[in-house]
Design a protein around this ligand. Structure first.
Ligand SMILES: [Zn+2]
Length: 205
């Protein structure tokens, strides 16, 4: 008997999860603020901070953008709008960023779970290539790789470079910091993008 046959009824009981959380909330409906606010990396002053009350689950969830291949804006985007492309992958660089950040798109429509084994292996290779290209830029301390997938149905992976020595930006709080830091100068960012593109070109097989 396989593990799957042994656990045929496995399911996440979301209403029960929300009910447990609400039962654990204080009289103001808010869960206690956790130790995260004491982390050296936490971007906000903790005084007066409180968690929002949990909303009811929305089922079915609203459609994401670009779920359908026929109307997908990511598929329709011409190669000229990307910093680097090959037969299967396209890398874009936002016009304005506070830390060096690029996005890897799969050329073919589909989400992460749609990849066959060959495409999945190829994605792994591309993630490593983009990470290396961004990490090689002087001043980059570490490269964070994120795939969220809540807003858009066409697979794309975010790469964000943590500036060297900026230890407050370590880990999961970096996206919150990057929303508040000023934009890089255009010429500095353009040179970094050119360097990443050159390294991706050099790694082309
Ligand atoms: Zn698409």
């Amino acid at each position: 008997m396989t593990d799957l046959q042994r656990h045929p009824a496995a399911a996440l009981d979301v209403p029960a999860l929300v009910a447990r959380a609400r039962a654990a909330a204080g009289p103001d409906g808010s869960l206690p603020v956790g130790d995260v606010v004491t982390w050296d990396t936490f971007p906000f002053e903790p005084d007066g901070l409180r968690l929002r009350e949990l909303d009811d689950p929305v089922v079915p969830e609203p459609q994401r953008s670009d779920e359908d291949a026929g109307t997908c804006a990511r598929c329709a985007r011409p190669d000229e709008r990307f910093a680097w492309t090959d037969d299967a992958w396209r890398v874009s660089a936002p016009d304005s960023v506070s830390v060096p950040s690029v996005i890897l798109d799969r050329r073919a429509h589909g989400d992460l779970g749609d990849l066959d084994d060959e495409a999945a292996a190829d994605l792994g290779r591309m993630i490593v290539r983009v990470e290396r290209a961004l990490a090689a830029v002087p001043g980059v301390g570490r490269v964070h790789v994120q795939r969220w997938g809540d807003g858009n149905g066409h697979l794309h992976v975010f790469f964000s470079a943590r500036p060297a020595g900026m230890l407050q930006l370590r880990g999961l709080v970096m996206p919150l910091w990057t929303l508040h830091l000023p934009a890089l100068p255009d010429d500095e960012w353009a040179a970094i993008v050119a360097s990443v593109v050159a390294r991706l070109d050099a790694g082309r097989t």
